[in-house]
Structure formats: C-alpha cells, structure tokens
Design a protein around this ligand. Structure first.
Ligand code: ATP
Ligand code: MG
Length: 356
C-alpha cells in the first residue's frame, strides 16, 4: 500500500454477489471507481452476506459469483495495489455496527425505503422475504459508515439507501457525540461527530435500462449484457432489443432503448447525433444496421477487459486479492468501531483483531 493513500478522502462502494457485473455497473459506478483510485482511499465491498437475503439456498452460487465479480472489477481496471476489494463476511465491525445502527432507525422508516419496496416488487418476493431482507438496508448503512467515507459512488437506485445512511450518521452524531441538530451535514466531523454524512456520487448514467427496455439493467433480471459476455453473445443480445419499428423509413423514437445505448456506448458524438436525426426522421436507417454499429462499439469497450480477465483465471489469485483487501478493510473498520463504541459508552477495553 502506498503510504499517502490513507491521507486521502475515503470512499466506499460495492456489489452484492447476486450474479455477474454488467454494463449498468460500468456506467453507473465502476467507471467512476476506476477514476477515483488515484485521488481517494478506495474500498470496494463484496456484500456476500447480503446476497443471502434472496439466495439463502444457493451458497455455492454466492461464492462463485463473489469470485467472478472480483474478476469483473479487476478486468474493468480496479487495481488491488491502489484500492481494497474486500469480503463483507470477514469484516466483523460491519456486523457489529449493523446491530447498533438498527436501534437508531424506526422499523417503519426502513420499510418506507422506495428501493426496498421496488426490489420486493421487481424480484417477486411478495410476503415471502426473510427478516434479513429489510435488515440488509440497515446493514448497508453499516457497510458504508464503517469506513467513514466522504462519498459513495453509486447508481441512482441506491440514493434512497444512502439517504438512510445519512440519517444514521446524523442520529448517531447527535445522540452520542454532542453534535447539535442544527449543524450542517458537512460540519458533523468538525463538531465532534464520529461519522461524516456521506454524499451519493451518482455516475453520468445513473440508471442504465436493460435490454428489455423496461427495467433497470440488473444482474438478477435476465436483461443484462455482462462484462464477461463474448463478442458473439453481446451482438446476439443487442440484436434481440425490441423497438417495434418495422422498416428503415419508419420514423423511430430517438429516446428508445436502442438509441439510449448508442448515446452511451458509441464514443463518436457526431455519429450519434447523425444516427439520432436519421432515426427520428426515418431517413433510410434500419434497426439492424444500428445494432451492428452499437455491437461493435460495445465490443470495443469490452475487448481490453476480456484480455485482462485472462490474467485472473486462478481462484487462488482472486482470493489473495480479497484477502489483502480484507486486511486493509479490517484495519479501517476496527478503528471506526472503537470510536463508535467509545462514543456510545461501550468502550470498556480495547481489542485487537488478528488480521492475518
Ligand atoms: P441486484 O438485482 O441483485 O440488486 P444489481 O444489478 O442492482 O443487482 P447491485 O449489486 O445491487 O447490482 O448494484 C451495484 C452498484 O451498481 C450500485 O451502485 C448500483 O446502483 C449500480 N447499478 C446496478 N445496476 C445499474 C444500472 N442498470 N444502471 C446504473 N447503475 C447500476
Ligand atoms: Mg441492486
């Protein structure tokens, strides 16, 4: 680890191993993470305990997806020498803070979280979700605050979770650190609070729609183009996008999913503007042609990632990255936990966690 890393502002974000990473992750969060590696002290969580909320019968899949996501991150450009990728299940301070934070949130407040409601609906959970499902929203506040980060790079859907996190930080600081209720969010630490009130750092594309054209591209909804898809699979998925348009001379909706993807993934802005204009006018440009051009652009983005991926084939190399990151994560979070315990009257004697 470079010695100046810890003096930089800290960020925390991450992924739940409910599948592999896709283009939505790239544009919504990972592209930003790659940028921040040089200027920030970065921690990226693999929320493997939270994956049990919807996959309690699939521990093997959770494990293999955990390793696949680490591969995805490495091949997208996260550098384990500069950033820590770590396992939630091996950072006990997170679980301990979850318990403490759950006392700061009214039950109804947790259930009012629109992202939680949406997930219950979209994933068809009905009434059949475990107690751990709403608890994961509280757990996420601990995932974040355990690192006392200034910002969290996330997609739009995560903003309500972050709002909950900001509430927890304020309440904790007000209840246990003597921070007044009129103090501005940005001043909480200066006024003695343990936790900064972190801001959401939403990527340029906060919500990439899936190839179904309806829902958010999501690893659990079967509407995703995965980072690990082959060039052929990518083209095949793009070809399946339904626009309802019948012929190259029929005016098309320049904001439909196909054109949104062109806007996001074709780097030549002039070409995109021309495609949009001709598409809207029905100026002899077919969906098939556009899909080929789009497929080529997406594959150009993914090709260097495919090449890098080949370097991380061995599970043991990936586990080694996770272990190194987890050591760093424990160092950071044990410090936070000790501060929080001290503030909440739980600081009886210090403890040392054996890290490796
Ligand atoms: P799940 O369906 O299991 O919730 P997911 O695809 O939503 O999976 P998460 O692990 O929940 O993935 O999200 C990881 C990060 O990626 C979050 O910051 C989330 O906001 C962002 N993200 C996920 N999907 C998209 C998307 N389609 N567009 C933009 N950002 C996204
Ligand atoms: Mg999600």
């Amino acid at each position: 680890m470079t010695s100046d890393r810890t003096s930089r502002p800290r960020i925390l974000t991450g992924d739940t191993p409910t599948g592999k990473l896709h283009l939505g992750h790239w544009v919504g969060s990972v592209r930003r993470r790659v940028e921040l590696q040089d200027s920030h002290d970065c921690y990226f969580i693999l929320a493997n305990m939270h994956a049990f909320t919807t996959r309690v019968d699939q521990p093997g899949e959770i494990r293999s997806d955990t390793l696949e996501i680490v591969r995805d991150l490495l091949c997208m450009g996260i550098d384990p020498e500069r950033a820590s990728i770590f396992l939630q299940s091996e950072v006990p301070a997170i679980a301990e803070l979850t318990f403490l934070f759950s006392m700061l949130l009214p039950f109804n407040r947790v259930m009012r979280n629109p992202t939680l409601k949406d997930e219950i609906k979209v994933k068809g959970l009905g009434e059949n979700y475990p107690f751990g499902f709403p608890l994961y929203a509280v757990g996420q506040t601990a995932d974040i605050l355990a690192f006392r980060p200034v910002a969290v790079p996330v997609g739009e859907d995560q903003v309500p979770h972050l709002e909950l996190t900001r509430e927890v930080a304020r309440r904790f600081n007000q209840k246990y650190c003597g921070v007044g209720d009129k103090v501005e969010d940005a001043d909480h630490v200066e006024e003695g609070g343990v936790f900064p009130v972190p801001v959401a750092d939403v990527g340029k594309v906060g919500r990439l729609v899936g190839i179904d054209g309806a829902n958010k591209m999501s690893k659990s909804l079967n509407n995703a183009i995965f980072i690990s898809d082959s060039a052929k699979q990518v083209q095949k998925k793009i070809n399946k996008i339904f626009t309802g348009r019948q012929s190259p001379t029929e005016p098309g909706d320049p904001d439909n999913v196909l054109m949104q993807y062109c806007e996001i993934f074709i780097p030549d802005e002039e070409r995109v503007a021309e495609l949009r204009r001709r598409y809207a006018a029905g100026d002899d440009i077919g969906d098939g042609h556009i899909k080929q051009e789009l497929g080529a652009a997406v594959n150009e983005l993914l090709e260097p990632m495919r090449e890098r991926r080949a370097r991380f084939e061995n599970d043991s190399d990936v586990i080694d990255v996770l272990k190194r990151g987890t050591v760093e994560a424990n160092r950071a979070t044990e410090e936070t936990l000790a501060m929080a315990k001290q503030a909440a009257g739980l600081g009886f004697f210090p403890r040392t966690l054996r890290l490796d």
